[in-house]
Design a protein around this ligand. Structure first.
Ligand code: GLN
Length: 485
């Protein structure tokens, strides 16, 4: 069953060839066997999943219609609420925090009869690129257990890569869905800002955050997007646009579509990553696409801009964790000020504290003009440069990451870690949709990802291009050898 796509699995369930209980047992057994060494899950809902599966089998046996994700186990990043369950955000601060409501995405997948199988590990409050910032555990990359899975949604991507579940949800503020998808050799999609509701996602950088799906093919991504990509009155930035029809477009013709490549910006790419990228462009050329040169040199400012805006927003968003309304209260505290001070001192990890300090600094009255306001201006410039590029091409292609997965503990220098997102971060600043699909391996048999970026609201076109690439190559059908049986 773990070798089937989510779509096939769902079909088999609908045709009565496999029961939901069989599916759930199969994936729970895999989690039990493999997750001790991978560490993708913070919490597995074994009993609830079995119960849900039994109910679903009964519903089907009674001839009632079943949902569009019926029978499919799905993992959810632990910064997205599932009512009654812990939402730790990978932080000691929220170690005991139980969600009081379902996130909109949770509600939507439940309504379509998906089975929530557990919550996955992440960098604390989604800040990081390797999952090493989680307060609870490290997650390993299923292609090589000494390597990181990427981050911050590394738990979700490792779970899907090792086929511990066919689908998962993550969140992407600067690359946290696409980068781990690239490192783990699976597909990860960051929808246009506003396409998927953020209601019930614990906010990091509200103007950048977007929930996105992980799967082993763009078809499976599309299946999930059709469910979660819809208007939500609980999120004021949510599109009112009608949900997109992904499938009818997946098979349409792309002959003559123009793919823009920012060659100059890609100058310093690692040679193996470059070769993989060039080979991928050849695949698209053979399908009738035209490759054109575009200029996105402005993106060399994207990381600096992001670390001003994202930290500013994070410092504001994380102010709510004060030991009173949310989170663990320090037992040492004797006064109100001490509750704030000690709870935050004990609850947050080093990276989170650093970002709160940086964000507070760039918003402080003496520096706001020099940093925060300046960064918002650069953001507008970045949006304009993307617009100009899209006047000349339909989609943009880049590698997802400058390298393949690096060894656990290998990057100690924060700026080096921040550079992981050099190709992904501009997309969030400009509110665009982008997808990472596997496009080959390096000599150590570690996957590389190919990123397609679309104009705002062109989510289906991005998926369409990726689907075509996947049809012509077979990278996304390859399993990490240790988890193929
Ligand atoms: N790696 C980036 C960061 O550390 C992006 C994280 C994300 O997308 N959540 O902020």
């Amino acid at each position: 069953m773990h070798r089937m796509s989510a779509r096939q699995l769902h079909q088999q369930f609908c045709e009565g060839k496999i029961s939901a209980q069989q599916i759930v047992s199969h994936f729970l057994a895999r989690i039990k066997k493999y997750d001790p060494e991978i560490g993708a899950f913070l919490n597995v809902f074994a009993d609830q999943a079995r119960e849900e599966a039994e109910k679903l089998d009964q519903k089907k046996a009674q001839g009632e219609p079943v949902g569009r994700l019926a029978g499919l186990p799905i993992a959810i990043k632990d910064n997205i609420h599932v009512r009654g369950e812990l939402t730790t955000c990978g932080s000691r601060f929220l170690e005991n925090y139980r969600a009081v409501f379902d996130a909109t995405v949770t509600q939507l997948v439940k309504k379509e009869d998906a089975i929530i199988i557990g919550k996955t590990n992440l960098d604390e409050f989604a800040m990081g690129s390797s999952n090493e910032n989680s307060a609870f555990q490290k997650t390993a990359n299923p292609w090589n257990l000494q390597r990181v899975p990427g981050g911050s949604s590394g738990g979700s991507s490792a779970a899907v890569a090792a086929r511990l579940c066919p689908l998962a949800l993550g969140s992407d503020t600067g690359g946290s869905v696409r980068q781990p998808a690239s490192f783990c050799g699976i597909v990860g999609f960051k929808p246009s800002y506003g396409r998927v509701s953020r209601y019930g996602l614990v906010a990091f950088g509200s103007s950048l955050d977007q929930i996105g799906p992980f799967a082993n093919s763009t078809e499976d991504i599309s299946m999930l997007m059709e469910v979660i990509g819809r208007h939500d009155p609980h999120d004021s930035t949510s599109y009112t646009k009608h949900p997109d029809d992904y499938f009818s477009l997946l098979s349409s013709n792309i002959k003559g579509k123009k793919i823009g490549v920012p060659w100059e910006f890609l100058e310093n790419l690692d040679p193996q990553a470059r070769q993989c990228f060039l080979d991928s462009l050849d695949v698209m050329k053979k399908q009738g696409c035209e490759i054109i040169d575009i200029n996105l040199n402005i993106l060399k400012y994207a990381i600096a801009t992001y670390y001003i805006l994202a930290t500013a927003e994070a410092s504001t968003n994380l102010a709510r964790f004060d030991g009173i309304r949310y989170g663990t209260r320090s037992s040492r505290a004797q006064s109100l000020d001490e509750i704030y001070d000690y709870s935050r001192t004990e609850g947050f990890g080093a990276e989170v504290k650093k970002r709160i300090l940086l964000g507070t600094y760039v918003l402080s009255s003496g520096y706001q003009d020099a940093y925060y306001k300046q960064a918002t201006k650069v953001r507008i410039k970045i949006i304009e440069e993307f617009d100009k590029a899209f006047d000349r091409c339909d989609v943009i292609a880049t590698p997802t990451c400058p390298t393949a997965a690096f060894p656990l503990g290998a990057i100690q220098e924060p700026l080096e870690m921040y550079l992981q997102d050099i190709y992904t971060i501009g997309v969030n600043l400009a509110y665009l949709p982008a997808l990472s699909t596997p496009c080959g391996f390096n000599l150590d048999k570690l996957p590389f990802g190919l990123q397609f970026i679309g104009q705002r609201k062109e989510d289906t076109l991005v998926c369409h291009m990726a689907h075509l690439f996947e049809k012509e190559t077979n990278y996304c059908r390859q399993l990490p050898p240790a988890y193929s049986t």
